[in-house]
Design a protein around this ligand. Structure first.
Ligand code: ADP
Ligand code: MG
Length: 265
C-alpha cells in the first residue's frame, strides 16, 4: 500500500519544501521507494533543494499534455536509490494544471512508489487543491508564529472538509532560547491551538538553510546533526516507529551549561 502525503501549511516560507526534500531523502535512506512531487507550479524549487535542477528535462506539465511519458519526466536521485522527483514547470500559469490531471498522475506514481510526498504551494487557491486532491494524509508545517499558526489552522479545516483525516503537525524553526525567554510560542502552545497530533519539531538552524541551498539535504550527512536527527525521526515515526521527541529545550540548556563551564574553567 502506498501512502500519498501532502506537505502543506497555508503560509509561505515556513519550510514545506525544505521538509519535503529532507524527509524524502530520510525515507529513501530507510530503504523506501519515494516519489517527491513538486506541486508548486508558480515557484518551483524542490529540484533546487535536492540539487537536481540540472537534470530536469521534462516536467509534470509535459506528462499531462501527453508530450512525454511519466518515467521520462522523473528525475532519479543518484545519492539515494529509490528517490525520484517529479518536477513542476514554472513558466506556465498555475491554472495550466487541473486537480483531476494531478490526481491521475499521483495515482499512477502510487503503483510504483511506497511514499508520494506532494510539496504544496502557499495559499489555498488552485495550486493547493491540486496538491491535496490525491492525498489521504497531510503533514502540516508551521513555524511558532501567530500568522503561520492561524493559516495552518485554516488549512486544517479545509483538509478535514476534504475528508483527509490523517493530519500530523510539524513545528519548524523552533528557537529554544526565545521560547525560554517567552518571546516565542512553545510547541505545546501551537499544538493546543491546532489540536492535531505532533509528528516532529525541527529547530531553527543555519545548517538546514546552508545544506538545502547547496542542494544537499542535511539527512545525507554521515553523522547526523540535531536538525538532521529531528527530520530522520519524523521519517521513522511515519514508518510507525515510536521515537521519543528530542528535548530541544534541554539541548539548549546543555549548550548554555557548556558555555558557562568554559567561562568558569
Ligand atoms: P516554503 O516551501 O514553506 O515556502 P521553504 O522550505 O522554501 O519554505 O523555506 C523557506 C526558507 O526558510 C528557506 O530559506 C529555508 O532554507 C529556510 N528554513 C526552513 N526551515 C528552516 C530551519 N529549520 N532552520 C533554518 N532555516 C530554515
Ligand atoms: Mg515551497
Amino acid at each position: 500500500m502506498s501512502r500519498i502525503i501532502v506537505v502543506t501549511s497555508g503560509k509561505g516560507g515556513v519550510g514545506k519544501t525544505t521538509v519535503t526534500a529532507n524527509l524524502g531523502m530520510a525515507l529513501a535512506k530507510l530503504g523506501r521507494r519515494v516519489a517527491l512531487v513538486d506541486a508548486d507550479f508558480g515557484l518551483r524549487n524542490l529540484d533546487l533543494l535536492l540539487g537536481l535542477e540540472n537534470r530536469v528535462v521534462y516536467t509534470a506539465i509535459e506528462v499531462m499534455a501527453g508530450q512525454c511519458r511519466l518515467d521520462q519526466a522523473l528525475v532519479k536521485d543518484k545519492r539515494q536509490e529509490g528517490l525520484v522527483l517529479l518536477p513542476a514547470a514554472q513558466s506556465r500559469t498555475k491554472e495550466a494544471v487541473s486537480p483531476l490531471q494531478m490526481k491521475k498522475l499521483v495515482t499512477v506514481l502510487a503503483q510504483k512508489y511506497q511514499y508520494i510526498l506532494v510539496d504544496s504551494p502557499a495559499g489555498i487557491e488552485m495550486g493547493f487543491r491540486n496538491a491535496i486532491v490525491a492525498a489521504s494524509e497531510a503533514l502540516i508545517v508551521t513555524t511558532p508564529e501567530i500568522a503561520a499558526v492561524r493559516d495552518a489552522d485554516r488549512v486544517v479545516g479545509l483538509l478535514e472538509a476534504q475528508g483527509i483525516k490523517r493530519l500530523r503537525l510539524i513545528v519548524n524553526r523552533l528557537k529554544p532560547a526565545m521560547v525560554q525567554a517567552d518571546q516565542m510560542m512553545s510547541v505545546q502552545d501551537v499544538q493546543e491551538i491546532l489540536a492535531i497530533p505532533l509528528i516532529g519539531v525541527i529547530p531553527d538552524d543555519e545548517r538546514i538553510l546552508v545544506s538545502t541551498n547547496r542542494g544537499e539535504p542535511l539527512v545525507l550527512e554521515e553523522k547526523l546533526s540535531i536538525p538532521g536527527i529531528a527530520v530522520n525521526n519524523i521519517a521513522r515515526r511515519l514508518e510507525g516507529e515510536k521515537v521519543p521527541f528530542l528535548d530541544l529545550m534541554a539541548e539548549h540548556d546543555n549548550l548554555l551549561n557548556r558555555i558557562r563551564r568554559l567561562f568558569r574553567g
